[in-house]
Each structure stands twice: as structure tokens, then as C-alpha cells.
Design a protein around this ligand. Structure first.
Ligand SMILES: *Cc1c(COP(=O)(O)O)cnc(C)c1O
Length: 455
């Protein structure tokens, strides 16, 4: 969307508020709230200046962490609703945005193929996961919660908050044995790990979990919307895990990661609406069914921005959750960017791939001589800093510490002379990354070339 039409939509959001206010008799705004126009302008100029201390998340040359601006549709809708400032803690906090939330959450539930669901938006993936683990603990109060060493770090922390024993599994290979040894009541399976976008082996785990009475929670905070690309007869993302989410007990997905939203928008879904009974506070007991969803009674958090629901709803109107139109093609471009980056790595004498990308995150390392953990870590750090500080045209990557043994698994000639190795990582989460990949790759390769020629 060009800037001119964005400005028009922002103006539309402001006018909507004036029309809404005009529906009531005029009143005098409090004098105590007045700010001189010049003063506010000056403050905003200072703020603009202060905000330049940021990386250019909007630009394809920013290929570091999971960061990008929201879509203008989300911004305009957020602004429109925020001027009313509804609170989605309960229906009375703003019936309109409560309805928009239920519709948006139902669309996400349909994307996963849930036949029934209870769910709502949250302020973040962390809170959404906390809520899923809290329900898990309510169902299995004495049993532990297991997750892999690649799971998001907040799972361990949230187990502490909940007073539940958290079990870190180095791999899911001996899952049945672990269930018995540690009395596991719930297993967290991550579809799209934060560091590499790995899809953990849900298809292999689910039958054993079912047989042993273990709840399965899916953390798809990052990867969830890639479900769209796993559908149809030519999936571009491995479908075996995503197709089974509908059979799992709960799932978390972050619209503020891959559904073009500003921060403050996570989502948790439960397959069985009856878990609503755990949220009961001072409201009369209700048997919760999809039809009776009542936001105030099914959320761990109290106040939440109704504007976040309005923004998500408006975005999903423009970008429906479909494979071949709407959000699907946006994610496909990110996936394509990762695949073309991976193809360039395969043909490079200077850079090596770490893990093949399963979503849109690429992980790679310089082919140093000697090819050791120490040498790779040193060059990774050097390239990362040099590119970021390039005065003419900076490029922003991220670094990632991985077990050196894992690098050796992919590269037998690698010498693990330190327990961990720092490698390069790029989250190619903007569709604009697709056309930028050749340039990005050339820039990184040049840095390796300069350094290996000096060796
Ligand atoms: C980002 C992420 C989280 C945490 O979500 P926040 O929205 O940052 O709180 C949890 N799990 C995974 C897999 C994530 O990628």
C-alpha cells in the first residue's frame, strides 16, 4: 500500500471516531487535558528522533530476528478501534470487538481443522502457552510437563510459575520410556521452533501420547500460519505435523508473528470446550460450548486491547486464511525466500547450511579453514558485526549458538573443538525477502571470501 492511500485510511479511522462521537450530545472536553499544539508537535519530533535508534525492521536488508511492522490494514483498524478503547476482558468491555475476536479466533480454528474449540486472543504467545499449561496442570495436577530442549525458553519458566515439574527432553526418541520415568502428563510439541523453524515429530509422538494418556499441546506461536502451505496437493511445507494439530488438545499461534499484526496479539485454542470449567471465577457455572463462548470467563488475563481483535479481524478480511489467496501467498513468498537461500548455500564453497529450512528461517555458517567450532564462531561474530556496521549499506543478520555435535552431524569434516558453535541465522519473514535473497547472499559470501583469502 503506498503512503498516500495509507494516509487516507488513517484519516478514515479518525473520521469514524468523529462520527461515533457525533451520535451523542456535545460536551466540553476537560481543560486539564489540553496540551498546546506546539508542545505536542515538539514532543513528537523528539520522539521521532528517539525512535531512529532502531533497526530497519521494514526493509529486506533486515534479515535478523522475528521483527517486522504490521500491515497498514492492521494499523488503520487498530487506530479506528483504539480511539474507543474497548477492553476484551468481557463482553461489556466492548461488544463489537468481542464479536470480532470470536470471528477471528473461529477462522484460526478452521485453519487448523478443529471441529470444536474454545479459545481467544491473548497479549502474547507466552501468555497463551501459560494458559494451555495451566489447563494441562488442572487436568493432571500431579504429573509433569515435557518439552524438548529446542522449545521456547518460556515453557520452563511457566512450569515454575505453575509449580509443575518441567522435563526437558534432549530428543523425543525414547518418548515412551520418558513418560514412564517422569510421569509425564502433557507434552509440548513445537511446530516451528524459534531458533531454526524446526517442525518437531508430532506424527511419531501422537499415537504413543494417546496410548499413554498424555495431553498434547502444540506450540505453533511462530509456525502456526504455515499450516496454510501444508494444505492442498502440492504442499510447500511438510504436512504430516500440521495435519494432526486438529487431533491435539491445545494449540498456540501468534498473529503478531506471521499474521501481519502489531505486538499484543497471541491466540490459544483448546479442542475440548469443556476445559472452560477451569476458568470459573465468580460467574455462575456454565457448561461451555462454542455457542456460549463468553470472553470474560475464558481468559487468564483480564484487560486486553479490543483494538487488537479489530486489527486482526480487518486484516483477515483483506488476507483470508487460504492457501492460494490472502495470507497463503504472503507466506509462500517467505518460504520461497528460504528455499532459494538454501539452494544458494548448496552451491557455495564459502558458506554451508546448518539445517535445511522447514519454514522461512535459514541457518548457515562460514566454511572456515580450519573448519572448527572456534574458527566458525569467531568469523560468525565478525561477519555479523561488520555487516551491521557497514556505513554505506548495512545488512542485519542474527547469530545462533548450536551444539557443536549437531554441526558435525551435517558436516563430518567439522571439528567440534568447543561445546557450542555460533552460526548465522536469518528470519526471512517478509515477502520482500524473496527478491532480495541474491543480494543478501552475495553480501554474506563476500565477507567470507575477504576473510578466507587473508587466511
Ligand atoms: C515467539 C514464540 C513464543 C513466545 O511468544 P511471545 O509472543 O513472544 O510471547 C513461544 N513459542 C514459540 C515457538 C515462539 O516462536
Amino acid at each position: 500500500m503506498e503512503d498516500r492511500s495509507f494516509s487516507r485510511h488513517i484519516a478514515q479511522a479518525l473520521e469514524a471516531q468523529q462520527r461515533f462521537r457525533a451520535s451523542r450530545p456535545p460536551f466540553t472536553p476537560a481543560a486539564s487535558l489540553a496540551v498546546e499544539e506546539e508542545r505536542l508537535s515538539a514532543v513528537l519530533r523528539t520522539l521521532e528522533e528517539r525512535l531512529t535508534d532502531n533497526y530497519p525492521f521494514f526493509h529486506p536488508s533486515y534479515a535478523g530476528q522475528m521483527l517486522k511492522p504490521p500491515h497498514p490494514a492492521a494499523t488503520a483498524a487498530y487506530l479506528m478501534a483504539m480511539q474507543i478503547n474497548p477492553n476484551n476482558h468481557a463482553r461489556d468491555g466492548g461488544p463489537a470487538t468481542a464479536a470480532l475476536e470470536l470471528e477471528s479466533v473461529a477462522a484460526i480454528a478452521r485453519m487448523f481443522g478443529f471441529e470444536t474449540h474454545l479459545g481467544h486472543l491473548t497479549s502474547s504467545g507466552t501468555i497463551a502457552n501459560l494458559e494451555a499449561l495451566w489447563v494441562a496442570r488442572s487436568l493432571h495436577p500431579e504429573r509433569s510437563i515435557a518439552f524438548s530442549s529446542n522449545a521456547h525458553y518460556t515453557h520452563g519458566r511457566m512450569c515454575q510459575v505453575l509449580g509443575v515439574k518441567g522435563i526437558v527432553l534432549d530428543s523425543f526418541d525414547r518418548f515412551e520410556e520418558a513418560v514412564r520415568t517422569h510421569d509425564i502428563g502433557t507434552v509440548v510439541v513445537t511446530l516451528g521452533t524459534t531458533s531454526t523453524g524446526e517442525l518437531e515429530p508430532l506424527a511419531a509422538l501422537l499415537p504413543a501420547a494417546r496410548r499413554l494418556g498424555v495431553r498434547v499441546h502444540i506450540d505453533a506461536a511462530y509456525g502456526g500460519f504455515f499450516t496454510l502451505l501444508s494444505q492442498g496437493n502440492a504442499p510447500s511445507v511438510e504436512p504430516s505435523g500440521f495435519s494432526l494439530v486438529r487431533e491435539c488438545d491445545s494449540v498456540v499461534v501468534d498473529p503478531h508473528k506471521h499474521a501481519l499484526q502489531p505486538y499484543g496479539c497471541g491466540c490459544v485454542l483448546f479442542r475440548d470446550p469443556a476445559v472452560g470449567r477451569f476458568y470459573k471465577h465468580d460467574s455462575p457455572y456454565t457448561y461451555f460450548t462454542t455457542a456460549e463462548l463468553h470472553l470474560g470467563e475464558i481468559s487468564l488475563e483480564c484487560s486486553r486491547a479490543g483494538a487488537a481483535a479489530a486489527a486482526l479481524w480487518a486484516t483477515l478480511q483483506c488476507f483470508p486464511l487460504e492457501r492460494h489467496r490472502g495470507l497463503g501467498p504472503v507466506l509462500q513468498e517467505c518460504r520461497d525466500a528460504a528455499l532459494s537461500f538454501s539452494a544458494l548455500l548448496a552451491g557455495s564453497a564459502l558458506l554451508a547450511q546448518y539445517r535445511p529450512p522447514e519454514l522461512d528461517i535459514v541457518t548457515y555458517l562460514p566454511r572456515t579453514a580450519p573448519f572448527t567450532a572456534t574458527a566458525v564462531t569467531a568469523m560468525t561474530d565478525d561477519i555479523f558485526t561488520t555487516l551491521m556496521n557497514d556505513p554505506a549499506d548495512p545488512v542485519y543478520l542474527a547469530t545462533l549458538s548450536v551444539p557443536s555435535d549437531a554441526v558435525r552431524k551435517y558436516h563430518p569434516s567439522f571439528v567440534p573443538d568447543a561445546p557450542t558453535t555460533r552460526i548465522l541465522r536469518s528470519v526471512l519473514m517478509k515477502p520482500e525477502h524473496a527478491p532480495y535473497v541474491p543480494e543478501l547472499f552475495r553480501r554474506v559470501e563476500n565477507e567470507v571470501r575477504r576473510r578466507t583469502e587473508q587466511m
